[in-house]
Ligand binder design. Sequence first.
Ligand SMILES: [Zn+2]
Ligand SMILES: [Zn+2]
Length: 252
Amino acid sequence: MHGFAALPGNAAGGRYNSAHSLDHGAGGRLEGRLPITRSSMKVAIIPVTPFRQNCSLLFCERTRRAAVVDPGGDIDEILAAAASQGATLEKIFLTHGHLDHCGATSELRARLGIRVEGPHVEDRFWIEQLPDSAARYGFPHCEAFEPDRWLEGGNSVRFGMVELEVRHCPGHTPGHVIFFHAGHKLAIVGDVLFQGSIGRSDFPRGDHATLVSSIRGQLWPLGDEVAFVPGHGPMSTFGEERETNPYVRDDA
Ligand SMILES: [Zn+2]
Ligand SMILES: [Zn+2]
């Protein structure tokens, strides 16, 4: 399900070792902005499922509330990571409807009674076939579900005192969205872009040209210095990919 057959190594390099404090500190560039953007956020990357999908746990340090992006499986690992931070899980955000990204959503929602936001409604057909996909790939049974909120480009999502912008980036799937935190210059991009590669576009309703224009039109304008968590593999920055990624570099 991931975007790239043979990813170079395991991105996150293991569990829990990717917790980055993104606090700009007092007197930093966040000074003077709305309170909601001043709360510092921490991110932990938890590779889940046999596809080693980068599930991200986002923590609001001020409120100890957390959101999980793309809980594909391994619920106990996700809950343990939240517990280790003393965080209360408040929401589930989804980039797209593929099994390795949202396979544990239904169970997690049922266990915790939390809201599911995303992806874009164009990915409904993927979510509806989750039970079939799970059987085909040998995953534990999982239920299809209806998110509490479908997202569109220009929306924002919130947990604790943290706010993330939503951008619609079709091409890998038609309803793929990404999440962006402007203050921390961090994007969570699912299977749109990887270090050195881009998402597959050979699935039903995937389209290579659409994917490339999503990357150039929706991601690059966020800024070269933006770091991103891809759906699989190591983190990188948009600027690095604009220079070196053979699929989308500026002179490609
Ligand atoms: Zn994936
Ligand atoms: Zn995918």
